[in-house]
Each structure stands twice: as C-alpha cells, then as structure tokens.
Design a protein around this ligand. Structure first.
Ligand code: AMP
Length: 278
C-alpha cells in the first residue's frame, strides 16, 4: 500500500492505476462504517484509493477542527489489512495553498437541514470532493447513507458538473444498539453512547408509523419527537425532517422516496441519522 502526501505523486499514481479505479474519501479516525465502504469498493474495483483529509473548509470557526479525532497509524493499519492500494494523506496547505480562492457552491439542497445552521459546510465538502475527483479521476466513489444530505449534495454536483464518476451510496453501519457509527461518537462517554441508541429508536418509530400506512408527515414527525423527548440525554433537537430524497424539500404527505432525518444534541455534540422511506 502506497502512502502519498503530495498532489503530483497522487496524480502520478492514479495515471498508472488500473482502469476501474475506486475512491473512498474520509476524514480518518476510521471505524467499521468507513471500512464497509472500503470493503465494497475493494470488491468492485481493480484499483482502490482512500483519502484521509480533515478538510478545514467544511468546519465553521466554532466547530471542532482542532479536536477532531485523528489516529493515522491505526487508520493505515486498517487500510493495509483491507488491501487498499494507495492512501492519499495531504496536508491542508497541499489542498489549499496560499491564494486558494475557488469554491463549488451547490444551490438549494445544500442550504437545508445541516446547511441551515452550518453555513458553508457543504461548500467545503463540495469543493474538496471535486478537487479529490480531479486529482484522482476515479471511476466510482463510495459514500455513506449516514450522511444522507451529503450524498444528495454530491449527486447534484456529479450531475451538474458532469463529473463522470459513479457515486455509490452504502448503507449506514450501526453498533449493536442501533447507534450509527461516527467518528464524533468518541466525544461521548460509553454510557452516553449506549443511551444515544434512542436516536435510531426514534427513526424506527417513525418508520413503523409509515409502514403501518400513515402518510401525514406531521404525524410521523410527532412520533419521532415523542421518543426523543422521552430521553433526558437529548439536550436539543435541531430538526426532524421528512424530505423528498432528491430535492430535500419538506413534504406534507409522503408519496415518493422520502428521507426521514434527525439532528440532535447530546451535551454539545450534534449527532445526525436518517432512514429512507420508500
Ligand atoms: P467522514 O470521515 O465522517 O467524512 O466519513 C467518510 C465517509 O464514510 C462518508 O461517506 C460517510 O458518509 C461514511 N460513513 C461515516 N459513518 C458511516 C456509517 N456509520 N456507515 C456508513 N458509512 C459511514
């Protein structure tokens, strides 16, 4: 497995990689959720690159860029064991050299949900993913449904900018209690992590209402909220959303494929999760 830090070296590597190149972009602190993407990409591609880059432009000033969990040594070990061919680990100045001033600004889908309070978050994500695609030119790139809105934003760019990369969205991996794996779970104590399974239980309550034939978004939202409000651990609910899976417009009555998503606070940590209905 090659470990590459500079863009010219990465470009040189990709130009010699076999056709059918898969890419898994990550911010490191890898867990089984990330590794599920890597495993699938490994099966589906002749060559496989993973990037580890804690992208500063997707963090607001008030957010956790400096404290974001990092564990390069164990990440590299896990990727080697997963038979990855190359890992791109650029420094921030390699991706954003002095004078850098070009941004990929996605419209409506990036301004809703997470975008409402994390202004510029998706601009940072869209910009770095576009740059990584331009550097590595993968045939397919793998992302998690865990970050449901991110997938929608990236599909929008791929369509609008003719990126020519197949986006493969992989299922959310959860712990045995249902909590979606996330690097940020490490901010929680073990007891909080156990109790945080209420997030997925709330989504399941909403999904069960829908499965029993309920189509009114308010009613489904209400059943999710009831479960969340019952947990002392939850210190705030940022949103409970039922939105069209492609446009992210909120729906009143569920007809087509709809993403039920929540963002909640546990102490100061924001956790997000979603399930797709239909
Ligand atoms: P991150 O390092 O948080 O930027 O995540 C890198 C990729 O892994 C993104 O496409 C995420 O959606 C995906 N991912 C993160 N957590 C999970 C999970 N629990 N299950 C599946 N994919 C995940």
């Amino acid at each position: 497995m090659e470990i590459i830090e500079t863009i010219p070296q990465m470009v040189a590597w990709t130009r010699h990689a076999s056709k059918n190149l898969g890419l898994v972009p990550t911010m490191g602190a890898l867990h089984q959720g990330h590794l599920s993407l890597v495993e699938r990409a490994r099966v589906e591609n002749a060559s496989l690159a993973v990037t580890i880059f804690v992208n500063p432009t997707q963090f607001a000033e008030s957010e956790d860029l400096t404290s974001y969990p990092r564990d390069l040594e164990s990440d590299l070990e896990a990727l080697k064991n997963a038979h990855v061919d190359a890992v791109f680990v650029p420094k921030a100045t390699e991706i954003y050299p002095s004078g850098y001033d070009t941004w990929v600004d996605v419209g409506s889908v990036s301004s809703k949900l997470e975008g409402e309070w994390r202004t510029d978050h998706f601009r940072g994500v869209a910009t770095v993913v576009t740059k990584l695609f331009n550097i590595i030119r993968p045939d397919a790139a793998y992302f998690g449904q865990k970050d449901g809105q991110q997938s929608v934003v990236l599909k929008q760019i791929a369509r609008d900018l003719n990126l020519g990369v197949d986006l493969v969205i992989c299922p959310t991996i959860r712990d045995e209690n249902g909590l979606a794996l996330s690097s940020r779970n490490s901010y929680l104590t073990a007891a909080q992590q156990r109790e945080a399974s209420v997030i997925f239980r709330s989504l399941v309550a909403g999904r069960e209402k829908w499965e029993s034939g309920e189509r009114q978004a308010d009613v489904i939202r209400g059943s999710v909220e009831q479960v969340l409000r019952g947990a002392d651990l939850i210190t705030g609910i940022d949103y409970i959303s039922l939105a069209d899976s492609e446009t992210l417009n909120e729906v009143d009555v569920i007809s087509g494929e709809t993403m039920l998503s929540v963002a909640v606070r546990i102490a100061s940590v924001q956790l997000i999760d979603n399930v797709v209905l239909g």
